[in-house]
Ligand binder design. Structure first.
Ligand SMILES: C[S@@+](CC[C@H](N)C(=O)[O-])C[C@H]1O[C@@H](n2cnc3c(N)ncnc32)[C@H](O)[C@@H]1O
Length: 260
């Protein structure tokens, strides 16, 4: 029998615990086939064998599953709403002590953005952000906390001046105090257990790669993770069509509140 995408998915799952059935198939096949061709493999069987023998190729592939592009203060309007309407509600409701989860955080731009905004309103020692991603390489990058100017283009000057140290013409290191607010760890949204007692979940620009069923399950689990009145913050191209079915009500565009 020919070794096809179905066989590849099953072997890849055994190797990594990542279930490609839960990612949109057309998009995923297109990405895999383009990487395979670029790397000089003529079929799924050879590509899988290549990944088994070459850890670097396997890492490249995991990195390639979804686009891990991120940026500080990505989609500025969303962060303005977060600061003006969402954070004040959360601080009041939970006495300025928030457990925050930045899920699928990529290179750390998003959790560090949250930390810098929260630091304007809360004592920095009380800011606790769990930041997770499936990809070891982006997590290592995030922990190092060194960014090129391109990552900072949308970040308002007040944050740049206060929380970044210039290393050379093009590189900036984030301040240790902000780094300390964030704990990075590996987590697969489609397989691992979810945090509990969270007040804010920020999960942007990853569920677009998941199948509808997988996406629905993620939203259900997010709702279980949150305390009552906790908030789910999603990406600018995303929407929960029937929030009530997941235990949410709309709080503002792109923000959903867990309702009792
Ligand atoms: C486009 S980035 C989003 C980064 C950030 N949230 C933002 O909006 O700027 C998507 C991230 O999702 C991660 N990812 C893909 N599948 C995942 C999964 N099953 N569980 C956790 N993270 C995943 C990727 O490694 C990548 O870093």
């Amino acid at each position: 029998m020919a070794y096809d995408y179905v066989a590849f998915k099953s072997d890849f799952y055994k190797l990594t615990g990542i279930d490609l059935n839960l990612y949109k198939e057309r998009q995923m096949k297109r990405r895999i086939e383009s990487l395979m061709t670029r790397k000089g493999f003529s079929g799924y069987d050879l590509f899988y064998k290549g990944m088994k023998q070459d850890e670097e190729l396997l890492r490249t592939f995991v990195r390639y599953l979804t686009i891990n592009v991120s940026q500080f203060y990505r989609n500025p309007n969303q962060w303005e709403t977060f600061e003006k309407d969402v954070l004040p509600m959360l601080c009041k409701r939970f006495n300025n002590r928030l457990n925050i989860w930045s899920a699928a955080c990529s290179t750390g731009d998003e959790p560090y953005t949250i930390a810098m905004i929260c630091a304007k309103y809360m004592s920095i020692e009380h800011i606790r952000i769990y930041a997770t991603d499936i990809d070891d390489d982006v997590l290592a990058f995030a922990k190092a906390g060194v960014y090129s100017a391109k990552s900072l283009v949308d970040l308002p000057m007040e944050y740049k001046e206060k929380w970044f140290h210039s290393l050379d013409d093009n590189h900036y290191e984030i301040d240790k105090k902000i780094k300390k607010c964030v704990t990075f760890s590996k987590h697969n949204l489609l397989a691992d257990p979810y945090y509990k007692d969270i007040h804010l979940i920020v999960c942007r620009n990853v569920v677009i790669y998941f199948t509808e069923e997988a996406k629905d399950k993620v939203y259900m689990q997010f709702c279980d993770s949150l305390m009552d009145d906790g908030i789910l913050f999603i990406g600018s191209t995303e929407q929960l069509l029937r929030p009530k079915e997941f235990g949410f009500e709309s709080f503002n565009t792109f923000f959903y509140k867990k309702h009792k």
